[in-house]
Ligand binder design. Structure first.
Ligand code: ADP
Length: 251
């Protein structure tokens, strides 16, 4: 299991998770997504399965819940169990106990990769969620503006803490630059250049890749089809990241 985390919301953690899942699926792997973002579960929308109501089945005397399936990716989300309007009420213990059930009862079948979309941040709730998951490797997503702030360091430290001890595969810089349609050779580093690379060097982690701002990435997130599957310009960025992750995780 690979955990995708971020220090703050809005940096593209969920979008990266969805597109990385599609990239891995297109490389021939069996992929699942566990959407554990209790503060804003967005994977159902990213894959166009918002209304899905998970079935419960019996397996060897225990209740199991059946994940949704879209684009050959299995998906279980805390969003299937709470109304978006109730999400704010779900902080803390109640959300974690619902999550635990989802984590332990989902009938995934055989998977090569399970990507966990974690809630943003590094507090107690995160630690208890991480404690429930069997995470092999953690990936941190940041934007150029956010990478400079102390929260991202805290994110790395959370995984490296001796009681947690999860290897950090590296950092992904999202929204790294903007290229206008009519000037395809130009890159505008709206929020600064090279921040994630510096951060990676300073903290002894790898830079897994940089993803520019691309309109189809935003549109794909809104229309239930991750951009990797519809925009040929987008796949190489994710493919490179997926290759690096596969190298690190599959020995
Ligand atoms: P988070 O999960 O970190 O809260 P989201 O994945 O929901 O963030 O992304 C926040 C917003 O930014 C969404 O509207 C998404 O479509 C958009 N977005 C994310 N990455 C990109 C990108 N590389 N290019 C364009 N839009 C992006």
């Amino acid at each position: 299991m690979i955990a995708i985390s971020s220090a703050k919301g809005g940096v593209g953690k969920s979008t990266v998770t969805a597109n990385l899942a599609v990239a891995l699926q297109r490389m021939g792997y069996r992929v699942g997504i566990l959407d554990a973002d209790i503060y804003g579960p967005s994977q159902p929308k990213m894959f166009g399965v918002e209304g899905y109501l998970p079935d419960a089945v019996q397996e060897e005397g225990t209740d199991r819940i059946v994940p949704a399936e879209s684009m050959d990716i299995r998906l279980m989300s805390i969003g299937f169990f709470i109304k978006p309007t109730d999400a704010l009420l779900w902080r803390g213990a109640m959300a974690v106990s619902a999550l635990k059930q989802m984590i332990h009862q989902t009938k995934w079948g055989t998977l090569d990769f399970l990507l966990a979309d974690l809630p943003p941040g590094t507090g107690d709730v995160h630690l208890s969620i991480i404690g429930e998951l069997k995470i092999d490797s953690a990936v941190i997503v940041s934007t150029p503006q956010q990478v400079a702030v102390a929260d991202v360091v805290r994110g790395v430290e959370m995984f490296r803490n001796e009681n947690v001890n999860i290897p950090v595969a590296g950092i992904i810089e999202n929204m790294a630059w903007f290229t206008p349609e009519e000037l395809p050779e130009n890159r505008y580093y709206l929020f600064g250049k090279g921040g994630a690379r510096r951060f990676a060097e300073e903290n002894g982690i790898d830079l897994l890749g940089e993803i520019p701002i691309i309109q189809s990435i935003m549109e794909g997130a809104d229309t239930g089809t991750p951009s990797v599957s519809i925009d040929a310009r987008v796949e190489p960025y994710y493919r490179e990241i997926a290759d690096r992750i596969v190298d690190k995780v599959v020995k």
